[in-house]
Design a protein around this ligand. Structure first.
Ligand SMILES: *[C@@H]1O[C@H](CO)[C@@H](O)[C@H](O)[C@H]1NC(C)=O
Ligand SMILES: *[C@@H]1O[C@H](CO)[C@@H](O)[C@H](O)[C@H]1NC(C)=O
Ligand SMILES: *[C@@H]1O[C@H](CO)[C@@H](O)[C@H](O)[C@H]1NC(C)=O
Ligand SMILES: *[C@@H]1O[C@H](CO)[C@@H](O)[C@H](O)[C@H]1NC(C)=O
Ligand SMILES: *[C@@H]1O[C@H](CO)[C@@H](O)[C@H](O)[C@H]1NC(C)=O
Length: 610
């Protein structure tokens, strides 16, 4: 994970980057920081590049990476496939070399299209005086932009800052709809910031799908954009979604009461387990690439045996359990794996009020949701995700008893939450701003920080996770119909509606989740990796007809994410395979801590500074 930044101005006046933004970038890349200014003359333009590198292993590759021809690359990405990167090579250098060898825009696009893995990048093509930038197909890395009309200056950055002062220009996420190119000479000559857009082909139901007008209008105000005149496109790295509608009556027939028996019966009744086996294969490979591509691993001194390289954001739910089981396959047996489990302190129940408003407000929470009963017998941090997390730990210990599993209990009090929200999280979530962004942003920030307690030999001791790579389960619910809104949609508009919903969710995951999560996790100098959004995993799931993935005629805990549950059983998981979805803001109880009458989509006033 790196922090990358570029300030492009169309006038010769010396410009400086924003100090606060600079500090936030440095936290993403604590090991090496460097600025580089490139000036173009006649007419004048100026690019101030700033790069902040997170050093994973071995030797560090300095950025901004300038080659002999004067091209400059800022690369915040990982290559997990598509372009060969030998173990002794560094991907920044490989990408730089590839891009430098391109003779045309089409070749640049073809190079970028071939990369498997997350990226955000900024690239100055010196001979052409062109600046390129953009994000990968899913938008797994953050990139923000804003334009200051007075200074005629465009800023691109991995992370920004929210300020209390009313700004003339606002930060926005660069939409993950393709890559952008600015002809710097032309821009300097005309004095106007003009982008050419090279879109991803076949972006289904993206927020901007089929609507190039919207793409062009999504640039910062004061800038202009056109589709590239040659009509060039980036090739989508995944196959399109299978939209075939199931024949009525093809649903799985199960009539037992107990979820886990349902699943067993379903497994037994399937004469083949081809799909669940295949899903395990592609997911396992996706996890392998992400736990073994510790990018700069060299014959450095091996890590101390008690220090994990890899952690999992861990609720004990099916998505994170599967990641933990698959990580166990590919991480050397002597290395621990950290399971990061976050809990927000349960408030003292306000008896009267609580019971009157509860039925309405907490409709979504159906599991063991009786804080009053809990708090008498156990700790105020025994929130639902803590309990399922502990149960999940038990399952993992049974499956892989030789492994050291560090179950990190991360307890957050209201005071600490308020302090860190103001100091850090509000800047990272920005420019997203809803109640949901606040809840998830804070929960993920504390979880990823990895500071908590672990229990060893019945003794608790404080613990700080050393893992630089954090696996998260995001993408499973979006692709396998895990959310309750999928059931709602299915009820109201059948399979057609469900398929539309699934297509839409993947299209908007960059602007809803991924940029934000990347900024939040990157703040700890750690790197988020998303196995469920591996290109091969998405392609495989996209190829399947919807009924293979989810059968919403079956009960909760079975029907949604059905295929994943079958895979979990194949992997030997027990109760965790049939847990219904519990969203992080409820499972960790952060939503409960803010005891307000607010909707997840409301603007969150707590995120405002000052
Ligand atoms: C990178 O920076 C982090 C945070 O300052 C530090 O813990 C780590 O040791 C550094 N890594 C190297 C290889 O210098
Ligand atoms: C990265 O690659 C470049 C070009 O191949 C090489 O000069 C540099 O030494 C490499 N850096 C590391 C840390 O391997
Ligand atoms: C650019 O052209 C040169 C010379 O024809 C060729 O060797 C090279 O492969 C081309 N670059 C790409 C990326 O195709
Ligand atoms: C954190 O919460 C757990 C209960 O889930 C409790 O056992 C533990 O003692 C707490 N640790 C601290 C440091 O508060
Ligand atoms: C969609 O699934 C159906 C049923 O398995 C299959 O026959 C069809 O080939 C698939 N279509 C695509 C485009 O993959």
């Amino acid at each position: 994970m790196c922090g990358i930044f570029c300030l492009l101005s169309l006038s010769p006046a010396q410009r400086e980057g924003d100090k606060t933004v600079h500090e936030h970038l440095k936290r993403r890349g604590p090991n090496f920081s460097q600025d580089l200014t490139v000036r173009g003359s006649n007419p004048c333009y100026q690019c101030l590049f700033s790069a902040h590198v997170l050093h994973m292993r071995g030797l560090l590759t300095p950025q901004p990476f300038q080659d002999d021809a004067g091209n400059v690359l800022l690369w915040n990405g990982e290559i997990f496939g598509g372009i060969p990167v030998r173990p002794e090579e560094n991907d920044t250098a490989v990408v730089s070399q590839k891009l430098a060898s391109c003779n045309s825009s089409a070749e640049i696009l073809s190079t970028l299209s071939s990369i498997r893995g997350p990226w955000g990048f900024i690239y100055l093509q010196k001979a052409e005086d062109c600046l390129w930038f953009g994000r990968d197909f899913f938008g797994r890395r953050s990139l923000l932009w804003r334009f200051d009309p007075d200074l005629q200056a465009l800023t691109l950055t991995s992370v920004a800052a929210c300020s209390s002062a009313p700004d003339k220009s606002v930060w926005q996420e660069v939409p993950a709809v393709g890559v952008y190119r600015i002809d710097l000479k032309a821009a300097a000559e005309s004095g106007s910031m003009m982008f050419e857009v090279f879109p991803w082909a076949h972006v289904e139901n993206h927020v901007f799908s089929g609507c190039s007008e919207a793409v062009l209008e999504s640039v910062p105000s004061g800038c202009n954009a056109v589709m590239n005149p040659a009509g060039l496109e980036l090739t989508s790295p995944v196959c399109p979604l299978n939209r075939s509608i199931p024949e009525p009556g093809n649903e799985h027939e199960v009539h037992l009461n107990s979820c886990s028996k349902d699943l067993e019966q379903l497994l037994a009744s399937k004469d083949k387990t081809e799909e669940s086996d295949r899903l395990i294969d592609v997911l396992s490979e996706a996890v392998r690439r992400r736990v073994q591509s510790l990018p700069f691993r060299m014959q450095d001194s091996p890590p101390a045996d008690d220090q994990a390289d890899v952690a999992v954001l861990f609720s004990g739910g099916i998505d994170s359990m599967i990641l933990a089981v698959l990580a166990d396959r590919h991480i050397p047996a002597h290395q621990p794996i950290d399971l990061l489990n976050v809990a927000f302190k349960l408030q003292e129940p306000k008896k009267q009020k609580e019971s009157t408003k509860k039925p309405k407000k907490h409709k979504n929470r159906q599991m063991d949701d009786k804080p009053g009963a809990d708090s008498q017998t156990s700790s105020p941090f025994d929130v639902p995700d803590r309990k399922t997390g502990r149960a999940g730990l038990g399952e993992l210990q049974n499956l892989s008893p030789g492994r050291r599993w560090n179950f990190v209990e991360i307890n957050v009090t209201q005071e600490e939450l308020q302090e860190m929200r103001q100091e850090r999280v509000c800047h990272l979530v920005h420019p997203l701003d809803t109640v949901l962004d606040d809840s998830i942003g804070c929960a993920v920030w504390f979880a990823a920080r990895g500071k908590g307690v672990i229990t060893e030999d019945h003794e608790q001791r404080s613990f700080s996770s050393s893992a630089k790579v954090i696996l998260t389960g995001i993408g499973a619910d979006e692709q396998l119909a895990g959310y309750s809104r999928h059931r709602v949609r299915f009820k109201t508009s059948g399979y057609e509606g469900l398929i539309q919903e699934l297509a839409m969710e993947l299209g908007r995951i960059s602007s809803r989740n991924l940029g934000r999560d990347d900024r939040v996790i990157g703040d700890h100098g750690k790197e988020a990796r998303f196995p469920y959004l591996d290109e091969d995993v998405v392609s495989y799931l996209n190829s399947l007809p919807v009924l293979e993935k989810a059968d919403l005629t079956l009960p909760r805990g079975v029907g949604e994410k059905l295929l994943l549950r079958l895979s979990a059983r194949q992997l030997g998981l027990g109760q965790s395979a049939v847990l219904p979805k519990r969203a992080m803001q409820f499972g960790s109880r952060i939503a409960k801590m803010e005891d307000k009458h607010e909707k997840a989509s409301d603007k969150c006033t707590r995120l405002l500074t000052g």
